[in-house]
Design a binder for this molecule. Structure first.
Ligand SMILES: [Zn+2]
Ligand SMILES: [Zn+2]
Length: 139
């Protein structure tokens, strides 16, 4: 299994983190909630076990709601600059997804799946060479 050993943070630098461990997955999420959080774009994330993520500076703010999947989803972001950082989900209690844009080197990431494409607007770019799922990974 591929591992990830990287650092990242928010736009203003108040939050910094290190992630070191097995890379469990990487995906684009086209759900409406991610569109809100990302300003219209899908969310690009890497998925790791919670124990692989260490916040080294600052304390993220958080917001929880019921996701399109029906699970309780908690999103963490910088309370100062608003950058989306992490999300956890009651459907997958041991893992955390990290927004790829928060990594110091986002080029490390390549999406292996595209979720919630059924919720994407017609102009979202959906890669025909990457598996597509109209709903989430639990469906
Ligand atoms: Zn910030
Ligand atoms: Zn989503």
């Amino acid at each position: 299994m591929q591992t990830i050993n990287a650092e990242g943070g928010c736009l203003c630098g108040e939050i910094r983190f290190r992630v070191n461990g097995p890379l469990l997955g990487s995906a684009a999420c086209h759900c409406r909630d991610c569109q809100h959080v990302c300003g219209g774009a899908p969310a690009y994330v890497v998925v790791v076990s919670k124990s692989s993520l260490n916040i080294t500076k600052g304390q993220p703010a958080s917001y929880a709601n019921t996701a399109e999947s029906g699970a309780q989803r908690t999103r963490q972001f910088c309370g100062t600059c608003g950058s989306p950082l992490f999300a956890t989900d009651t459907s997958f209690p041991d893992v955390v997804s990290i927004k790829v844009g928060s990594l110091d080197d986002p080029s490390l990431f390549k999406s292996e799946a595209q979720f919630w494409t059924g919720s994407a607007p017609p102009w979202h770019l959906i890669d025909p060479n990457v598996p597509q799922f109209p709903k989430g990974p639990e469906s």
